[in-house]
Design a protein around this ligand. Sequence first.
Ligand SMILES: NC(=O)c1ccc[n+]([C@@H]2O[C@H](COP(=O)([O-])OP(=O)(O)OC[C@H]3O[C@@H](n4cnc5c(N)ncnc54)[C@H](OP(=O)(O)O)[C@@H]3O)[C@@H](O)[C@H]2O)c1
Length: 272
Amino acid sequence: MLTNKTIAFIGGGNMAQALLKGLLDFGVVAGNIKVCEPNLQKQKQIIQQYAVTVSGNSADVVTGVDAVLIAVKPGVVPLVLAEIAPLLDKDTLIISIAAGVSMATIAGELKSGQPIVRVMPNTPALIGAGISVIYADKELQEAKLELARQIMAAVGDVDEVADEALLDGVTALSGSGPAYIYLIAEALSDGGVSCGLPRPLADKLAVKTLIGSARLIEESGEHPAVLKNQVTSPGGTTIAAVAQLERSGLRSALIDGVRAAWQRSVELSKQS
Ligand SMILES: NC(=O)c1ccc[n+]([C@@H]2O[C@H](COP(=O)([O-])OP(=O)(O)OC[C@H]3O[C@@H](n4cnc5c(N)ncnc54)[C@H](OP(=O)(O)O)[C@@H]3O)[C@@H](O)[C@H]2O)c1
């Protein structure tokens, strides 16, 4: 079903290209995808890399498509929506991935009854390992919601929330989360180097440990605390590290980090 759909992107930046690549890998034909991107260099790069239609003018891409994916920075969203509103077919699904731009703001710029979903994806979508969370109004037709699910499933897992306010927490955890994991990967590698490991080996060990441990949590279905206990032998090396990490406030630092992102997302949502 998805392979026959026509999809337009407004904005051809990082997230748009992650989704674009996922959709093409999934089997959506390049001829069914159009991108509006004002930056000439990016236009060239997108055409060369993905062989899709690219234009600097939104009027060239949005008319008659099944879905329009809004992938510009949050501040530009109202402007872009006002521009495309008169050009949209009444049943074209609008998918906004912009952080902190509310459903009410989006709907306020479009014609009454335009189908809309908000989605919070994350950058591992680039390698098909994203997690996207969808929020839709209760009135949205099931077929439109299913189209949004299928588009996002092309780049990873998909979940849904029934309360729009929860998208701020999603933004704080999985939307911004890749940055926290990169910090942890970098710090683990630094730890290895401080123990005398060569940097390339330390980098590899840090990344492989993160990937392997994350996969083990997912595939075993065990709670992380159970898996932590399994590698923490009495009087051993791991418990020495765990005790030090607790003294250094690792868990509180991560909780506070997610909460800081959440507060910022709430602030941005209120401004939108
Ligand atoms: N990156 C993430 O991790 C992430 C995660 C979840 C959600 N998001 C959301 O995804 C959206 C896009 O983020 P991003 O990281 O992909 O940003 P980005 O790389 O800056 O991409 C935005 C693109 O939109 C283009 N643009 C600006 N004005 C435009 C207009 N009027 N019409 C069409 N295109 C226009 C920009 O061109 P110029 O370069 O010329 O400005 C840029 O190429 C944001 O709303 C963000 O909240 C991002």
